[in-house]
Design a protein around this ligand. Structure first.
Ligand code: SF4
Length: 211
C-alpha cells in the first residue's frame, strides 16, 4: 500500500476517534490537570499527539474496561493491568530516566521543545519498526522488550494497528499469548472488523477480514 493511503487511513482513524470520544477527551483533561499539578509535571506540548493519546486511552477503556496505558496492551495478570492504568506506576521511573513517561504524555516542567522532540523520536523508533510480514501473515514475536515492564515493544496490538495502515484484504497475525489474540479481537470489535482466532501448536493465529 502506498504511503499516502496509509497516511489517509491514519488521519481518518484520528478524526473518527476524535468525534466518537470528544466527551471522554474533555473528561481526560480534568484528571490529567489534577495529576500534573500534584506532581509538578506538564503535558506534551504537541496538541495532535496529545489528542491521539487521549483517544487511545478512551479506546483502551472501551476495550479493556480500564484506562490501560496507550503504549501497552492488557495482560492476563490483574495486578500488572492495575499498574498499567494511566497515570501508571511506572511513570515516575520513566520520567526520571527520560524526562517523560514512556508514552510522552507527561514530562518534567523544565523540558525544552528540543527535549520533547528527542522523546518523540525515541518513541517513533520503538513503535515504527518494520513488521515481520511473510505473504499475508505478520509474526509479532521476537520484538524488543521494555526492560522495566518486561513487556513487548511494540506489543501485538500496536503491530496490528500498524498492519491496518499497511495491509489490504484478509491477513493473519501470529501472537505468542492468547491474551494478545483476545486484545486484537477486542480492537476488531471496536473497529467493526471481522476477525477470529485459533491456537496452532504453541502460538495463536488471528485472522482479520477487511472488506
Ligand atoms: S506511560 Fe504515561 S501515558 Fe502510559 S500509562 Fe504511564 S503515565 Fe500514562
Amino acid at each position: 500500500m502506498g504511503k499516502w493511503k496509509a497516511n489517509f487511513r491514519m488521519y481518518k482513524d484520528f478524526f473518527a476517534g476524535y468525534i466518537k470520544y470528544r466527551e471522554k477527551i474533555k473528561d481526560a483533561d480534568k484528571w490529567i490537570t489534577k495529576y500534573t499539578k500534584a506532581k509538578g509535571l506538564v503535558v506534551n506540548p504537541d496538541k495532535m499527539y496529545l489528542t491521539n493519546l487521549k483517544i487511545w486511552l478512551a479506546e483502551n477503556e472501551d476495550m479493556y474496561g480500564q484506562r490501560i496505558c496507550p503504549c501497552f496492551e492488557k495482560t492476563d495478570d490483574k495486578q500488572t493491568d492495575r499498574q498499567l492504568v494511566c497515570p501508571c506506576t511506572y511513570a515516575a521511573h520513566d520520567i526520571e530516566q527520560h524526562g517523560t513517561c514512556h508514552c510522552n504524555l507527561f514530562g518534567k516542567a523544565e523540558l525544552t521543545q528540543e527535549d520533547w522532540k528527542k522523546q518523540s523520536q525515541r518513541i517513533m523508533k520503538e513503535y515504527r519498526i518494520p513488521l515481520n510480514i511473510q505473504g499475508n501473515t505478520i509474526d509479532t514475536r521476537n520484538v524488543p522488550i521494555d526492560e522495566y515492564r518486561q513487556m513487548d515493544v511494540p506489543d501485538p496490538v500496536h503491530q496490528f494497528k500498524q498492519a491496518l495502515n499497511q495491509m489490504d484484504g484478509t491477513f493473519d497475525m501470529i501472537v505468542e499469548r492468547e491474551q494478545s489474540a483476545k486484545n486484537i479481537m477486542a480492537y476488531c470489535t471496536l473497529k467493526k472488523l471481522n476477525a477470529s482466532y485459533e491456537q496452532q501448536e504453541d502460538v495463536y493465529r488471528v485472522t482479520i477480514k477487511q472488506s
